[in-house]
Design a protein around this ligand. Structure first.
Ligand code: 2P0
Length: 339
């Protein structure tokens, strides 16, 4: 006897980056961030959650490997879902006492700066919320697993509001526009390296928050204005403006990593080659046609409109002839999340 729910959740790639926390336990960010949610057909996490009176302990299998459920973030997510379910009276008390088995898989490299924790926790929390029939906003529960996960709960373009309440009640994600708003938008992921990153985002953010002067300037003087402007650019489907802000924010994020003490670097020589390539391409076009953005790893995400995809594909294959073409994942329409 028991119940099982299976859910698929998408990756999101930030165009205004989240970097730095004001509360590490509740995962409350220092600044708002904005992202686009990618199609689940190419990159996604898949999670099944089962509850049964026969289970004797909470267990999780991550990409086929049994992991400890003693991880505080996992426990926080499960506890919050159960507390909400109890408060909403959505399931009976007996069901809440049953243990859970979780099985989660990513179809892309884990912890290589490809937003695996975002998709993973969004998936886990959405599956748990379905299992326990939670009706209230789940983005704030996903946030307890991994900050960026709260943005993967919605499709299209999403804003995570930093909020100001110490409880985190207003630190939630909302949708700026659905995927149908800008159907020509494409994201192309270039996998530069798929090894696990040396500096985890959580640790890197802590060092930056404690030591970087540039981060203070970024939070006060750059992010608020960029967030307003990129929201306008998305709503107006103004690609050159969207692209310029995206690239500047990626560059500033990597600059704050270098401004941290001790400094850490996520970009490699290949990442820098891609940056130069995109600027050269845009210059030759006489207009900004493609944007790059890099998370906490060397892999590039290129945003462009559909008409640009074949040209960019050709150029990438010409410049990196020895690369494994299967590592260049094709353009992704940004669909609504099917979580
Ligand atoms: C982002 N990143 O906005 C930024 C840009 C990486 C670079 O969110 O500590 O895995 O779990 O909240 O969410 C990666 O950070 O960190 C991230 P935690 P998370 O997408």
């Amino acid at each position: 006897m028991g119940y099982t729910v299976t859910v698929v959740a998408p990756v999101n790639i930030a165009v205004i980056k989240y970097w730095g926390k004001r509360d590490e336990e509740l995962i409350l960010p220092l600044n708002d961030s904005v992202s686009a949610t990618l199609d689940t057909s190419v990159m996604c996490a898949k999670t099944s959650v089962s509850a049964s009176p026969e289970f004797t302990e909470d267990v999780i299998w991550l990409n086929g490997k049994k992991e400890s459920f003693s991880n505080k973030r996992l426990q926080n997510c499960l506890r919050e879902v159960k507390e909400r379910a109890a408060a909403e009276g959505s399931v009976d008390k007996n069901f809440l006492s049953w243990k859970v088995h979780v099985c989660s898989e990513n179809n892309f490299p884990t912890a290589a700066g490809l937003a695996s924790s975002a998709a993973g926790y969004a998936c886990l929390v959405t599956a748990l919320a379905k299992l326990y029939k939670v009706k209230t906003d789940v983005s704030s529960i996903a946030r307890l697993g991994s900050g960026s996960a709260c943005r993967s709960v919605y499709g299209g373009f999403v804003r995570w509001h930093a909020g100001s309440d110490p409880s985190g009640v207003d630190s939630i994600a909302t949708q700026i526009a659905s995927s149908t708003h800008w159907p020509e938008m494409r994201a192309l992921i270039l996998v530069v390296g798929d090894s696990k990153k040396k500096m985890s985002s959580t640790k890197g953010m802590k060092i930056t928050t404690e030591t970087s002067e540039l981060l203070k300037h970024r939070i006060k003087h750059c992010v608020p204005q960029r967030t307003t402007e990129i929201t306008k650019a998305i709503l107006a489907r103004d690609f050159p403006k969207f692209a310029e802000i995206t690239m500047k924010d990626s560059n500033q994020f990597h600059a704050v990593c270098l401004d941290s003490y001790p400094p850490f670097v996520y970009l490699t020589e290949v990442s820098h080659t891609i940056i130069e390539l995109i600027h050269s391409y845009n210059e030759i076009c006489g207009e900004t046609k493609v944007a790059y953005t890099f998370d906490a790893g060397p892999n590039a995400c290129l945003y462009m409109l559909e008409s640009e995809v074949p040209k960019i594909f050709k150029i990438i294959k010409t410049i990196f002839p020895s690369s494994d073409p299967t590592k260049f994942i094709s353009g992704l329409p940004i669909n609504d999340a099917d979580v």
